[in-house]
Design a protein around this ligand. Structure first.
Ligand SMILES: [Cu+2]
Length: 303
């Protein structure tokens, strides 16, 4: 009898243990297949984990500040540190902007200063995307695949005094670990193809939720690559003002307050990569605008 009781207890314990184990395994798989990385943007900080998994992840950035913010990821070469990036790359952009702002050089002269001051290792930077421009109170959602390595996350919108947000604190080192998620790219209802000639939209952007695949098919040989940022368009939106604002080197460019409501987007990734933009839209007029090339936009209507 005692033996029978003992056997029953053991069987119950084994069943409980097995179910715990399978629950744990299921939970882990679920987490890894829907990996969401929360980024909180404030004026002027990012709150985000300093170590994140590699592979596909969905970044969700809420802008709780008043000013526009975005995040842009640069993957550093193995021999380069976060401090090297700040001291060499950020400093080169700062020097360029200050010379232009103070009227010492024209735009061609400014790009000359930039070229002369950027470190040699920055000749082929790995620009690894990020969430596009987001107005205060809005949330942007973008899914991306990241290889392991050391990254810099930054926002280079300018404050009213002309300082980059990165200089005011919006620059973080991020380690993308060797542990990869099991997440796969989401189902999409729209494809956007970015080339050096155009923003080509294939499919209908609808009222409600959209998952828009943004394909980086090519980039210009010089400068940052092609990107898109989503804005609301209404009777007060002047697209000349918007495209002027998107140029960081303009006086008043990328400086809060922006000329439209920004809803996120996809910053430049290497050719062959795809980012997925998740946006819930009300009926109305919208546009994709580019930071590069300067002056590009593509309007669309959601019915
Ligand atoms: Cu910012």
């Amino acid at each position: 009898m005692k033996i029978l009781k003992f056997m029953i207890v053991i069987t119950i314990l084994m069943t409980v243990f097995a179910s715990c184990k399978s629950e744990k395994k299921e939970k882990l798989t679920k987490e890894l297949t829907e990996n969401i990385i929360i980024v909180i943007a404030r004026d002027f900080t990012f709150t985000v984990d300093s170590v994140i998994p590699s592979g596909w992840s969905t970044f969700r950035m809420k802008n709780t500040g008043i000013m526009e913010h975005f995040f842009f990821l640069t993957k550093l070469p193995d021999t380069i540190t976060f401090d090297d990036y700040v001291n060499e790359v950020s400093a080169a952009f700062g020097k360029t902007w200050n010379a232009y702002k103070d009227g010492e050089v024209d735009k061609a002269g400014a790009y000359g200063i930039l070229g002369a001051n950027l470190p040699a290792w920055y000749a082929n930077p790995k620009l690894m995307g990020g969430i596009g421009m987001i107005s205060g109170g809005e949330t942007g959602i973008t899914t991306m695949k990241l290889p392991p390595g050391n990254y810099v996350m930054e926002c280079y919108v300018k404050a009213s005094n002309g300082q980059f947000h990165s200089e005011l604190g919006m620059i973080n080192p991020i380690r993308v670990s060797n542990v990869a998620t099991q997440m796969t790219p989401p189902e999409t209802n729209v494809e956007v193809i970015l080339t050096n000639e155009s923003i080509e939209v294939k499919g209908n952007i609808v009222a409600g939720e959209n998952v828009i695949a943004v394909h980086f098919n090519e980039h210009p040989e010089v400068g940052l690559g092609n990107d898109i940022h989503l804005i609301k368009v209404d009777e007060n939106t002047n697209m000349d003002d918007v495209t002027f604002w998107m140029d960081w080197l303009n006086i008043g460019g990328l400086t809060s307050p922006g000329p439209a409501v920004f809803l996120g987007g996809a910053n430049e990734m290497p050719v062959g990569y795809t980012a997925y933009l998740n946006c819930n839209l009300e009926p109305g007029d919208y546009a994709f605008v580019a930071e590069t090339p300067i002056g590009r936009f593509e309007k669309f209507t959601v019915k």
